[in-house]
Design a protein around this ligand. Structure first.
Ligand SMILES: [Zn+2]
Length: 120
């Protein structure tokens, strides 16, 4: 996948996990993430609980290793990289956010964010 696509994917994970964890879990703490993909590097600070930190680290690692040049929706992938149990947990986070605010609204907001960052 392209670096832009990678960046939008990690942004989605960041926003979704943050919402989900804040509503559902407690004992959040801040952890720094440094991700490299192709020629780009991204640094994030996430405030999540232990379980969500573990799951999002796992998701980042899988995303980085996604073998598709154009990443399909994970649900429609013919060669899914998430192990079943982990995938169920990530899907739960995604579903929760979809129901909560409407995926469209979130995506619009995200693309707004990405666009802003590029023009800075
Ligand atoms: Zn959590």
């Amino acid at each position: 996948m392209t670096e832009e696509k990678f960046q939008s994917e990690i942004k989605i994970l960041e926003v979704f996990f943050t919402h989900y964890c804040r509503d559902k879990h407690q004992f959040q703490y801040i952890k720094n993430y440094h991700l490299e993909y192709k020629k780009s590097a991204y640094t994030y600070e996430l405030n999540l609980c232990k379980e969500c930190h573990e799951l999002i680290s796992y998701s980042y690692a899988r995303l980085k290793n996604c073998s598709h040049s154009v990443k399909p929706r994970c649900r429609e992938c013919d060669d899914p990289c998430y192990e079943k149990e982990q995938w169920k947990r990530v899907a739960k986070v995604m579903r929760y956010n979809g129901i909560r605010v409407g995926t469209e609204k979130i995506l619009n907001k995200l693309y707004g964010l990405l666009f802003q960052e590029k023009t800075l």
